[in-house]
Design a protein around this ligand. Structure first.
Ligand code: NAD
Length: 311
């Protein structure tokens, strides 16, 4: 029998999660507190499935997959018989505390719960619930149907079996789980992205480069490798003797850069205005949505390429 999954909060990320689980063969129940939001989420699922099918990224007819996705009558209905629930409500501690209390009131004895939280650790909103040993952060990248990594971050009271079972489930549905041993703000992904962003803003603030050229350095340089390997493998391949050779050759440069950037500055309104003006010159605000759709099409082509490369 197909595994049952509950999606709690069916906005941008929740609807993406529904695609992930349904295309892997799970029965998915959608619940959202917003009036009509779950039905709208299901429409987004339908659109995403059609786009994925057009790029050869789903093995079945999109309507067959969509038939596995239903709108639940209420939270208890969504959780009924679910092996796993993915919470994807607002990134606010008060909202998540309330949602986890509501989940706790109706959850079955075996259901596990992952939160899509981008940075708030699970200990901030699961301390008060009876099912807390079965809760953890399962942070995706948007859209989860195209970017498979999911960060599993346990609270101090999350049972090791919970992490193990959610990891196995994520692997079964085609995601790429990574695990943290304990909580830290921003987890892995946003801590790495944060370092890059701090430096990008600094270079523009000091007038050393334009926002466009900083972006180009990533899209035409660093980022090309990052679609296939991370920073450690990158440097392992970038010195004749591998990672240790690289560290010995270039360690002093990076230590010097780190020392010169230790002090961080807040992105004030003047700086935000400067970057905004440069961005709007190359991409007017009215074209943001179209460019997002373009990004997703490029990600689909890349996903297709990566799939072929692994075959
Ligand atoms: N947007 C991203 O790029 C991204 C990426 C990774 C993780 N996340 C995280 O995923 C979560 C959801 O983000 P999003 O971008 O999908 O937000 P969103 O605003 O698109 O969707 C949130 C949904 O939660 C619903 N909701 C709010 N309170 C609720 C409640 N009490 N019960 C049930 N539903 C409720 C809302 O009606 C809304 O439909 C956040 O924690 C966010 O930080 C977002």
């Amino acid at each position: 029998m197909a595994e049952k999954i509950a999606i709690i909060g069916t906005g941008l990320v929740g609807s993406g999660w529904a695609v992930v689980f349904a295309r892997a063969g799970c029965d998915v129940a959608l619940y959202d507190a917003g009036p009509g939001a779950a039905a709208k989420g299901r429409e987004v699922v339908a659109t995403q499935l059609r786009d994925l099918a057009a790029h050869g990224l789903v093995g079945e007819d999109p309507d067959t997959i969509l038939a596995r996705v239903r709108v639940a009558g209420d939270l208890a209905d969504a959780l009924d018989g679910a092996v796993y629930a993915q919470e994807s409500t607002f990134e606010r501690t008060d909202v998540k505390r309330q949602v986890f209390a509501e989940i706790d009131a109706v959850i079955g004895p075996d259901t596990l719960v992952g939160s899509s939280s981008s940075g708030i650790p699970a200990s901030a909103y699961t301390d008060h619930v009876g099912c807390r040993a079965r809760c953890l952060v399962a942070h995706p990248v948007n859209p989860p149907s195209l970017a498979p990594v999911v960060e599993l971050v346990p609270a101090p009271w999350t049972a090791p079996e919970t992490v193990k079972a959610v990891r196995a489930l994520m692997e079964r549905v085609g995601q790429a789980p990574v695990e943290m041993t304990r909580e830290i703000e921003g987890f892995i992904l946003n801590r790495l992205q944060g370092v890059l962003l701090m430096e990008a803003w600094r270079l523009v603030e000091e007038g050393l480069a334009t926002a466009e050229d900083v972006d180009k350095t990533v899209s035409q340089g660093l980022g090309l490798r990052w679609a296939f390997m991370g920073p450690f493998e990158t440097i392992d391949l970038n010195a004749p003797g591998g990672v240790a050779d690289y560290a010995r050759r270039l360690g002093p440069l990076y230590h010097s850069i780190a020392a010169s950037t230790a002090e961080h500055r807040v992105w004030d309104e003047t700086l935000i205005g400067k970057v905004e003006a440069q961005r709007r010159e190359v991409l007017p605000e009215a074209e943001l949505a179209a460019r997002r759709a373009w990004r997703d099409r490029r990600l689909m082509a890349l996903a297709r390429h990566k799939k072929d490369a692994e075959a």
